[in-house]
Design a protein around this ligand. Structure first.
Ligand code: R5P
Length: 294
């Protein structure tokens, strides 16, 4: 097996390769004056190999996506036996249906393009809607980084008997996965999303958080609005230390400031999206699934 750490996930790609003791092939990337990308594999010697390209598609997502399409298509040309795309953060996954008449169905388009470029299998982490990904032709494995995040809090001793919270009923699994590690109880806060503006509102809910440490888990922190509101809600209900944990810290604009200003001790994220809060690595769970070859 050969691991290609893509330009958007060089560190994570190398971590996965180390876990697997696999050979890596680097890619050289440059931009032409007009902004287009030029990519060269350091070797074309990958004929009949199982090739794994690791490339997250977090912002700047269009750069990462075009780089991914260029790489997977080339690897197929070079005669790879199979091409697995490890896409830790899957861009456009939130537009997972036509919510309003006339809308595009973005996640379908991205998967279709990957398939056309020769991808045989996709591995991703906490995809926004794994059920939708599973309806396409390419096999998709969606892994959860929530247990790794929960273990981090336990290992670092940041919280005591922490209550695990997630947002939206569909995300209750996240709080439950965290609770398997932290064992301090779990629940969710009901959410409502405005179909036109996309604005998320949290419904008021009484939670057993008074004088308790709380960790709020979400798949994505983008503008930080949802997380900031949740932090505020539990703080108003008397929570002690509150941490914001997420798999994909996109942290757009002043997201971090917003969350901290509302009372969070810190934000903890994973290297699905490289950032200054990405202290937890998903390399072990990705390496495990690649090792099993499922
Ligand atoms: C929503 O469905 C997701 O799980 C996140 O809660 C959302 O993407 C966070 O977005 P923002 O940080 O912009 O509120």
């Amino acid at each position: 097996m050969i691991i290609v750490p893509g330009p958007a996930s060089r560190e994570l790609g190398k971590r996965i390769a180390r876990q697997l003791d696999a050979r890596t092939v680097d890619v050289f990337v440059k931009r032409f004056p007009d902004g287009e990308y030029y990519i060269r594999f350091e070797t074309k010697d990958i004929q009949s190999e199982e090739v794994v390209i690791v490339q997250t598609t977090a912002p700047p997502q269009h750069d990462s996506l075009i780089q991914l399409f260029l790489m997977v298509d080339a690897v197929e040309d070079f005669g790879a036996k199979s091409v697995t795309a490890v896409i830790p953060y899957f861009a456009y996954a939130r537009q997972d249906k036509r919510f309003l008449n006339g809308e595009v169905f973005s996640v379908k388009t991205v998967v279709k393009l990957l398939e056309k470029c020769g991808v045989n299998r996709i591995v991703t982490v906490n995809a926004h809607n794994p059920k939708v990904l599973e309806t396409f032709n390419i096999p998709v494995e969606d892994l959860s980084a929530i247990p790794l995040l929960a273990q981090y809090f336990k290992k670092e001793g940041l919280v005591k008997d922490a209550f695990s919270l997630s947002m939206g009923k569909k995300a209750l699994t996240m709080a439950s996965e965290a609770d398997n590690v932290l064992k301090g109880g779990f629940d969710y806060v009901p959410t409502r999303r405005d179909r036109i503006t996309g604005k998320v509102t949290l419904e008021k809910k009484k939670l057993p958080v008074e004088n308790r440490d709380v960790i709020i888990f979400d798949d994505i922190i983008s503008s930080g609005g949802t997380m900031a509101k949740a932090v505020k809600m539990v703080k108003e209900q008397g929570a002690k230390k509150v941490y914001a944990a997420c798999v994909h810290p996109l942290l757009a604009g002043n997201a971090e400031k917003k969350i901290l200003e509302n009372g969070a001790e810190a934000i903890v994220g994973t290297d699905c999206v490289p950032s200054k809060v990405s202290v937890v690595s998903v390399a072990p769970i990705i390496a495990e699934v690649l090792r099993r070859g499922e």
